[in-house]
Design a protein around this ligand. Structure first.
Ligand code: PEP
Length: 250
């Protein structure tokens, strides 16, 4: 089965509206002949600026998180209804910065994921082990738990709107990239977890991105691996000069 490549840029807590607009305009122009699936995930305050720039192009609009409740007294949170109103199509959930800095657990991530699916969003579910977990030989177990718990209660019919991003925490923003072989091994393992949960066809269809210091220099080698179907890019997503060559790897 041939899965489409999906390259996503997570802008994290960077950029003003003017800077975001400038980057979005450059990406729309430089990726218009790109062959893969693309997404940008600007910060919440930038979504309204970036939405009209990417609308109708081959670049999807993503948010970096959402609240676990639809609406109500939740100071400082952003709801799926508000994201939908802005034209957001995809929500990134379970990013390691949410898990480890803001202490989001699998149950909360699962609640958000089901709410986002119920409102029609695509979800990029991030999973990945800490360095000490890898060194203790627990990388697969951690990824299995995060996948199983993150997807609890999700029907096979909705799996087409789920993307998994394997992001070893020790490789995020550190300049250290998993070797293509190590990343591919975890991707294959996670695909096996999906097969156990949802069957072989669903496992073969699901897109599994790699994230962790993806750069123009390493994108093609990572993407050449059988089970690596794209990338979730942080630092290198902040400049068109770095993101475009990743998005057009090969
Ligand atoms: C990320 O934030 O998802 C990420 C992979 O960051 P970086 O590319 O900077 O390692």
């Amino acid at each position: 089965m041939t899965r489409p490549y999906y390259i996503a840029g997570n802008w994290k807590m960077h950029k003003t509206r003017a800077e975001a607009a400038e980057l979005a305009v450059a990406l729309v122009d430089q990726l218009k002949d790109g062959k893969h699936k693309y997404l940008v995930a600007p910060g919440f305050t930038l979504l309204e600026t970036v939405a009209p720039i990417v609308k109708g192009t081959n670049i999807r609009l993503g948010a970096q998180n959402c609240a676990a409740e639809e609406q109500g007294a939740h100071t400082g949170e952003v709801s799926v209804l508000q994201l939908k109103d802005l034209g957001v199509q995809t929500v990134i959930l379970g990013h390691s910065e949410r898990r480890h800095i803001y202490k989001e657990d699998d149950a909360l991530i699962n609640k958000k994921l089901k709410l986002a699916l119920a409102h029609g969003f695509e979800v990029i579910l991030c999973i990945g082990e800490l360095l000490e977990e890898r060194e203790a030989g627990k990388a697969e177990a951690v990824c299995e738990t995060q996948t199983v718990k993150g997807l609890e209660g999700v029907a096979v019919a909705d799996l087409g709107r789920i993307v998994i991003a394997y992001e070893p925490v020790w490789a995020i923003g550190t300049g250290k990239t998993a070797t293509p072989e190590d990343a591919d091994a975890i991707h294959a393992f996670v695909r096996g977890v999906i097969a156990k949960l949802y069957g072989q066809a669903a496992a073969e269809a699901i897109i599994i991105q790699y994230g962790g210091s993806v750069k123009p220099e390493n994108a093609a080698q990572l993407m050449a691996k059988e089970n690596i179907d794209g990338a979730l890019v942080g630092g290198a997503a902040l400049k068109a000069g770095a993101f475009v060559p990743i998005a057009k790897f090969g």
